[in-house]
Design a protein. Sequence first.
Length: 257
Amino acid sequence: MPYPVGLLKNRSVVKHGEWAVIAPEGRVINCMPGFADCKLTILATPKMGASFIQFIGTVGAEGKTTLKYGSKAHEESFIYILDGEGELKITVGGESKVYGQGGYAYATAGTGIEFENANGKECRILLYKQRYVPHPDGRAPFNVFGNTNDIDWVDYDGMSNVHLKDLLPVNEAFDMNMHILSFDPDGCHPFVETHVQEHGAYLYEGEGLYMMGEDWIHVKAEDFMWFGPFTKQAVYATGRGPLTYIYSKDCNRDVEI
């Protein structure tokens, strides 16, 4: 790492228990068991107030898991290949598929995810896990493989300048989903949202002004955002191109008292 030029700076804002924006310039590589030739950074944990855990990382030429990720009985997990030329052999529940950019997999609680580099080139991944909440009538989710490049965009809330992809089945058996949301340069949310669901959002294209609670924050590609329950949230896309991010959502469950 080179010596700094000028004053040290970091755009990150963390309001513990409420919301956070984690900019790339302040991230560190975390040493974690279960991975070989991988450089991983922890983006969200219960230590900041999130109910889930999310990583971003680079998988090297010989990168692989040495332990299953998200294999505890209560953990459901997800992997997404964000970018790069690398291809990964991803294994979930004894089934394996090879994917490049856009490939993903969801593993049901206790199943876990394994991967290994399949072509010797680097790629970046997002890893996610959360505590599974069973459905009260016993219906259960299932393992999912897919590629975002094979999913068609649909208009979000009837707006022709905001577009959505659902990565997991819109099915009450699932207590979570992963989505990709993209705003054209003139796009914005239809209203300021306030809801019980949490989001972890990785912005990989464009820039915008995002309402986080009572603050408007300038965000751009490579920022990670966490929204706690009932955090006011909305965005205006402000760049010359689309603003696009992949985000998690807990869903389809009642709230315990």
